[in-house]
Design a protein around this ligand. Structure first.
Ligand SMILES: NC(=O)c1ccc[n+]([C@@H]2O[C@H](COP(=O)([O-])OP(=O)(O)OC[C@H]3O[C@@H](n4cnc5c(N)ncnc54)[C@H](OP(=O)(O)O)[C@@H]3O)[C@@H](O)[C@H]2O)c1
Length: 333
């Protein structure tokens, strides 16, 4: 059976190009479960895969798409049956094997989670990997003792997918949220999601020249990394915690041990890719209680497969707000 996919392949200039094509089902990778994709997400990592950056994709032609939600078409695994709605995030699907930018995806049953009863497949991808990462980061801050009402929590890259969802989740839990963004024009939308104030990226990115700065935040969810994370660490209050999620602004910073040993702060990593099944299900379950799809709708862009390469280019320069969900199905005629 042929299906439509966004196929990324090497081009004659040494780069990669993506095109919507008809692909035969026999070209799909091995796996226990064939899924008809309803919605896929667009994540920073997808943008890297579509531009050939980061060395994530090793073999071409490739179908990117690190997360999707859809319905089971065929399954040789007893946990999943035809018609069942499922979510896939991570496990390097869309990087080392074909992913969700297609009408069909074949994956291992171990990588799927059943769609939570209160979510549609569209809501699941409104969240996608970004929502899962935001939820895990919030869980981590709470597990490490960052409590609502005991100081402001900073979210960096607040205009992006992980950042905007983190703002909403923290606000729903009663935290005072400072939303850091390089795009002041998103301020009003971030306040509507629940931010109590907006912090300009440049204000923090300008090096303070100190090893410690004024104690400002009891916790932070950082999606930017690099020098910005270095400056944030200097401003975390005594005993505070930072959950490091992303590196949209860089990998390395000029680090000092001083905030750790004089203020007892912690820096915790968040990884959605290899997260064990039970923790995935628990995180999705918590999202069904906390996430408010209607509140997030203004920050959602719906797209089709042919729109994805252009949106990915925009994402790499920090130009996409909130989340993008992609409908790979044929448009109604
Ligand atoms: N650890 C995990 O499992 C996990 C899971 C999901 C995502 N991630 C990572 O988390 C990060 C965010 O992912 P996403 O999908 O939310 O991406 P995104 O939607 O593109 O958001 C990233 C945001 O970071 C800010 N930003 C972009 N370029 C920047 C730069 N050069 N300097 C400073 N800030 C910059 C922008 O926010 P403003 O315009 O508001 O400043 C942008 O919207 C990525 O690095 C991604 O790979 C990790």
């Amino acid at each position: 059976m042929p299906f439509t996919a966004l196929v990324t392949d090497r081009n004659s200039t040494g780069g990669v190009t993506s095109r919507v094509e008809e692909v035969d089902e026999t070209r799909l990778p091995e796996g226990d479960v064939l899924v008809a994709v309803d919605w896929a997400g667009l994540n920073y990592k997808d943008a890297l895969c579509l531009s050939g950056q980061g060395g994530l994709v090793k073999t071409y032609p490739h179908v990117a798409g690190i997360d999707f939600a859809g319905r089971v078409v065929e399954s040789s695994d007893g946990r999943y049956h035809p018609g069942q709605a499922v979510i896939l995030t991570g496990w390097r699907v869309g990087e080392t094997r074909w992913g969700g930018y297609a009408q069909r995806a074949r994956v291992n049953a171990d990588w799927l989670v059943p769609l939570p009863r209160r979510f549609s497949t569209r809501t699941a991808m409104m969240l996608g990997t970004a929502g899962l990462a935001a939820m895990l980061a919030v869980n981590r801050l709470q597990a490490e003792g960052v409590r609502a009402g005991e100081g402001e929590v900073l979210v960096t890259g607040a205009g992006g997918g992980v950042g905007s969802i983190a703002v909403l989740l923290l606000a729903r839990l009663g935290y005072d949220v400072a939303a850091l963004t390089g795009r002041p024009e998103l301020g009003e939308q971030l306040m509507r999601l629940g931010a109590s104030r907006i912090v300009a990226r440049d204000e923090i990115l300008t090096p303070s020249g100190k090893v410690l700065d004024r104690e400002t935040w009891s916790g932070a969810i950082d999606n930017v990394g690099g020098p910005l994370l270095g400056e944030v660490l200097k401003k975390i209050s005594h005993g505070g915690v930072v959950a490091a999620v992303g590196n949209a602004g860089g990998r390395n910073w000029d680090a000092s041990v001083i905030p750790f040993i004089l203020r007892g702060i912690s820096l915790c990593g968040v990884d959605t890719v290899m997260l064990p099944y039970d923790e995935r299900v628990a995180a999705w379950d918590r999202l069904t209680n906390l996430f408010v799809p209607a509140a997030f709708e203004p920050l959602l862009t719906e797209a089709r497969l042919e729109d994805v390469p252009g949106l990915a280019d925009k994402m790499l320069v920090g130009g996409v707000a909130g989340r993008v969900v992609i409908d790979p199905r044929d448009p109604p005629t």
